[in-house]
Design a protein around this ligand. Structure first.
Ligand code: DGJ
Length: 758
C-alpha cells in the first residue's frame, strides 16, 4: 500500500516508487504539509517546521496566549483559507451566510481506499484498482460547518499523485465559494524557479523560466478556455535544474477553462503554490447540503531533471488520462484540406485530393471548415450543422462514401461551441448566444459563443451531431473553437448565479464530449482551438490528440512542440506536413524537414496533393512508410529532449524503446554555418554494454546531385557506414555525431538499432 498512516500522530505518508509526500494534523487540527520530494522513510518530518513568533502574524484564539509561535500565516498547510489569519495567497475563500469572508479548517477524519477516486462530471486520472490508492482527508470549519474533502490519488508506479477537493455545505445557510482551488503546496524552504509556457495564436507554449522570488507570481486564463497564452501546466524546480539533474515538480491541471496558477514566496522564505479555477469569474452558490467538486491537478516529482518529469507525465497522460478505442490503436495518417483549399472547394476537388492521397498511403481524409450551412468565409454559418449539398455536389453521406471508396476513412470538422449572427440557429435562438443584456458583445473572427452552460443547448448539439455521426460513415472529428470568451453571461442563470457561468460552460462542454465519445466510440476525436488554444490534460480525457498549433511551419513547430513536450506526449500533438512557402511564416523548408517535424506528433498532411510533383509524391510515400515503421517508437517510446531550439544550430530530440532495443534521433538545423562546430549529442536510454548500428535516412538528401551525395557519403562520421557498430555506452557517454547540414533547415532522422554481434 502506498499510504502509511500513523493514527496516533495523525501523520499521513504517501509513497510512490521514487517520491514521498507527507502531511500531519497538528494539535489544533490544522492539516500541515510536511514534505514532498525524493522517496524517504515514513518517519515524522514535521520537526523541520520551525515555529517562531512573527510580528503581525496573528495566533488562533484556541491556542491561548502562550503560543505566539503558532500562526497560520507561516505554517505550511495542505489547504489554506482566506480570512482567518493566513495573509498569503490562499486556496479557499468562502462567503458565509452572514456575509463574512472566512473559513478555518480543522481535521475531522479520513478514509483510505483501493483504486483511484473519480470526480463527477470532470476529467480525472483513472487507473486499475490494483494500480492506485486513494486517501481522502476531511476537514471542517467548526463555525460554518463547511466540509472540505481533500482527495489524493497515488499512482505508485507512475510517480504521480493527484489532488482534487470536494466542498460540502453542511451548514444551514447558503454560502458562496469565491475561490476553491484544487491544491495548495507549501515548501518550508528552498529557492525555486518556475517554468511556465506562454504564447499566443500560432506561437504556443514558449518556455520561460523565472525565479520565484519574494512576492506573488502567477499565470492563468480568463478567456473561457485554458488558452494559447498560458498553458495550465507549470514546473517548480531547484535552481539550475536541467534535463538530467536537479529536483523539479510538475503540476498539470486537468481543466479546459479559466485557471490560475500562483506562487508566493513569503516573509520567512517559504514558497506556496496554488492551482485551480480562476477566481475572477467564479462565485459558486452552495445551498445547504450541496457539494462542489474542483477539477484535478496531477503532480509529479523528479530528483533528476526535467526529462524524467516529462516522461512521468507522458506515460500517465497516455495510459491514465486518454481513453477509448483510439488510446492504444494505431492512429491513421491523415490529410486535412484546410490549407489546401480553405473555404474554397467543391466536392469533386475534395474527392480528387482524397484519391491522390490514398494512392500515396494516406489513410484518413478530413474535411475541414466550410462544408455546412452558408459558410464560404468566416462571416456566417456557424451553428447550422447541415451539409451544404450544393457546394459538395452531393449529400455528405455520398461524399463520405466516395472517399471511403478511395480506400480512405472520412473525418469532419466542427466548431460546435460557436454561432454566427448570420445563421438560422441564431435567428431561431438569439438567447443561445453569450452576451450581456443591454451591451453589445465582442465579435471575434466575426462569431459569437454558443452558451454551453445551458442544458438545452448541450442537448441540441448532442442531438444534431449524433444525427450526422449516425448517418455518415465518419471515423474522425476535429472539434475546433476559434475565439476566447468574454461578455460572460447566460440567459438561463439568474443574476446571483452569473459567477457560475464560466465553470458551468466547461462542465457543459465536458458533458457534450462525454455523451458523443461514449455514443460513438469508434470515432477518433481531435481537439483544436485555433490550434493549441485548449491544449490541456482535461481535453485529453475526451480527445486523445489535439491540433498543436495553426502554425504549420516546420521550424516554428520545433519550438512549439519542444515547449509542449514538457507536459504532453508526442501521441497527443497533432502535426502535419504543409506546403511551402509556409502559409504562416512564408518560410520554405525541405520536404524531409517538414516530415521530420510532423513525425514528432500524430503525423499527417495539410496540402493539395494533387499539385505535388512525382518526386514529392515519392517522398510522401517514403515518409508514410517510415512513420509506420517507427510508429511504436514515436508514439510510445521514451521521449528525450537532447538539444533545445534555443541552443546552438539545431534542435535534437530522441524517442527510445523503453527496453533499449532501438532509438530514433531527429535533428533539424535552424541555419547553416561555414566552418561550423560539430554537433555531438549524448544518446539516452540505450543498453550500455550492447552494440548498435546507425541508419541514416539518405532519402533526406535525395534532391542533391549524385556527385554531392557521393561526396557526402564519403564524409559521414564513424558509425554511419554499413557494418560499423558502436556500443550503447559510447553513444551515451561519448555521443552521436550528427552529420553536417547540407542545406538550410536540413533534417536528419537517425535510427539506432540493437545488434548483438561485436
Ligand atoms: C482553426 C483551426 O486550427 C484550423 O486548422 C482550421 O480548422 C480553421 N480553424 C478552420 O476555420
Amino acid at each position: 500500500m502506498s499510504i502509511v498512516i500513523d493514527e496516533k500522530k495523525r501523520l499521513f505518508t504517501l509513497h510512490t516508487k521514487n517520491t514521498t509526500y507527507q502531511m500531519k494534523a497538528d494539535s489544533l487540527g490544522t492539516l500541515l504539509h510536511v514534505y514532498y520530494g525524493k522517496r524517504t522513510d515514513d518517519s515524522d518530518k514535521s520537526y523541520a517546521i520551525c515555529m517562531r513568533g512573527r510580528g503581525f502574524s496573528g495566533n488562533p484564539y484556541e491556542m491561548g496566549r502562550d503560543h505566539k509561535e503558532y500562526s497560520l500565516d507561516v505554517l505550511p498547510q495542505e489547504y489554506s483559507c482566506y480570512g482567518t489569519g493566513d495573509y498569503r495567497i490562499s486556496a479557499l475563500k468562502v462567503q458565509n451566510g452572514d456575509g463574512s469572508m472566512a473559513a478555518a479548517l480543522r481535521f475531522k477524519e479520513y478514509y483510505v481506499s483501493k483504486g483511484k477516486y473519480a470526480i463527477p462530471n470532470l476529467p480525472a486520472v483513472y487507473a486499475k484498482e490494483s494500480e492506485a490508492d486513494t486517501l481522502e482527508v476531511i476537514l471542517e470549519d467548526p463555525s460554518s460547518k463547511v466540509e472540505v474533502h481533500l482527495l489524493y490519488g497515488i499512482l505508485e508506479e507512475n510517480d504521480i499523485i493527484t489532488r482534487a477537493v470536494k466542498i460540502i455545505n453542511r451548514g444551514k445557510d447558503r454560502i458562496v465559494l469565491q475561490k476553491a482551488a484544487s491544491m495548495n503546496l507549501d515548501w518550508i524552504n528552498g529557492d525555486y524557479e518556475w517554468t511556465t509556457f506562454y504564447g499566443g495564436h500560432v506561437t504556443e507554449r514558449n518556455v520561460q523560466k523565472s525565479e520565484l522570488d519574494h512576492g506573488i507570481h502567477s499565470i492563468g486564463s480568463v478567456r473561457g478556455t485554458s488558452s494559447h497564452h498560458y498553458n495550465p501546466f507549470v514546473i517548480v524546480s531547484d535552481k539550475n535544474t536541467d534535463e538530467e539533474k536537479g529536483g523539479c515538480y510538475g503540476f498539470s491541471f486537468l481543466y479546459s477553462g479559466e485557471f490560475l496558477m500562483e506562487a508566493e514566496k513569503d516573509q520567512v522564505d517559504q514558497t506556496r503554490l496554488i492551482c485551480g479555477i480562476h477566481p475572477d469569474n467564479f462565485a459558486w452558490n452552495l445551498q445547504p447540503g450541496e457539494e462542489f467538486d474542483t477539477p484535478e491537478v496531477m503532480m509529479t516529482y523528479s530528483g533528476e531533471g526535467f526529462g524524467i518529469l516529462s516522461r512521468n507525465l507522458h506515460k500517465t497522460i497516455r495510459k491514465n488520462i486518454c481513453r477509448g478505442e483510439w488510446k492504444e490503436k494505431r492512429r491513421p495518417v491523415l490529410i486535412n484540406n484546410w490549407e489546401a483549399t480553405y473555404f474554397n472547394f467543391t466536392g469533386e476537388q475534395l474527392v480528387a485530393i482524397a484519391k491522390n492521397a490514398a494512392e500515396l498511403g494516406v489513410e484518413l481524409f478530413v474535411l475541414d471548415d466550410g462544408w455546412f450551412g452558408k459558410r464560404d468565409d468566416d462571416n456566417s454559418g456557424l451553428g447550422d450543422w447541415f451539409p451544404n449539398e450544393k457546394k459538395l455536389g452531393c449529400t455528405l453521406k455520398e461524399l463520405a462514401e466516395k472517399i471511403v471508396e478511395c480506400g480512405m476513412r472520412f473525418g469532419l470538422w466542427f466548431e460546435p461551441e460557436c454561432i454566427s449572427e448570420d445563421s438560422d440557429l441564431y435567428r431561431e435562438h438569439p438567447d443561445w448566444a453569450v452576451a450581456i443584456p443591454g451591451r453589445t458583445p465582442n465579435l471575434s473572427r466575426n462569431q459569437l459563443i454558443l452558451d454551453f452552460s445551458r442544458e438545452d443547448v448541450q442537448d441540441y448539439i448532442i442531438g444534431r451531431l449524433s444525427d450526422i455521426f449516425a448517418e455518415t460513415p465518419i471515423s474522425y472529428i476535429k472539434w475546433d473553437f476559434n475565439r476566447s470568451i468574454c461578455d460572460k453571461y447566460s440567459m438561463a442563470l439568474d443574476g446571483l448565479s452569473q459567477g457560475e457561468f464560466a465553470h458551468r460552460y466547461v462542465l457543459g462542454l465536458y458533458r457534450v464530449l462525454e455523451a458523443l465519445t461514449g455514443k460513438f466510440p469508434h470515432i477518433l476525436f481531435e481537439g483544436c482551438s485555433g490550434g493549441g488554444g485548449r491544449f490541456d490534460a482535461g481535453m485529453l480525457y475526451y480527445t486523445p490528440q489535439i491540433w498543436c498549433s495553426d502554425n504549420t511551419d516546420a521550424i516554428a513547430r520545433l519550438k512549439i512542440q519542444y515547449g509542449t513536450s514538457f507536459g504532453y506526449p508526442v501521441s497527443t500533438m497533432g502535426s502535419h506536413v504543409s506546403a511551402v512557402p509556409n502559409h504562416q511564416t512564408r518560410r520554405t523548408t525541405p520536404f524531409s524537414t517538414r516530415g521530420c517535424a510532423a513525425m514528432a506528433g500524430t503525423f499527417g498532411y495539410e496540402l493539395d496533393v494533387t499539385k505535388l510533383s512525382e518526386e514529392e509524391k515519392a517522398k510522401v510515400r517514403q515518409q508514410i512508410d517510415r512513420f509506420k515503421e517507427y510508429y511504436d517508437l514515436i508514439q510510445y517510446g521514451e521521449y528525450y529532449r537532447l538539444q533545445a531550439p534555443s541552443d546552438k544550430q539545431c534542435t535534437i530530440w530522441e524517442m527510445a524503446d523503453p527496453e533499449g532495443g532501438e532509438a530514433l534521433v531527429s535533428a533539424v538545423y535552424h541555419h547553416v554555418e561555414a566552418n561550423a562546430a560539430p554537433v555531438i549529442v549524448k544518446v539516452q536510454g540505450l543498453k550500455a554494454e550492447a552494440y548498435y548500428q546507425l541508419h541514416l535516412n539518405m532519402e533526406d538528401i535525395a534532391d542533391l546531385p549524385e556527385h554531392a551525395r557521393e561526396w557526402f557519403t564519403g564524409q559521414l562520421p564513424y558509425g554511419y557506414k554499413d557494418g560499423e557498430k558502436i556500443t550503447g555506452a559510447a553513444l551515451q557517454q561519448c555521443g552521436l555525431v550528427i552529420p553536417d547540414a547540407l542545406q538550410e533547415f536540413q533534417a536528419w532522422q537517425i535510427h539506432i538499432a540493437l545488434c548483438n554481434e561485436e
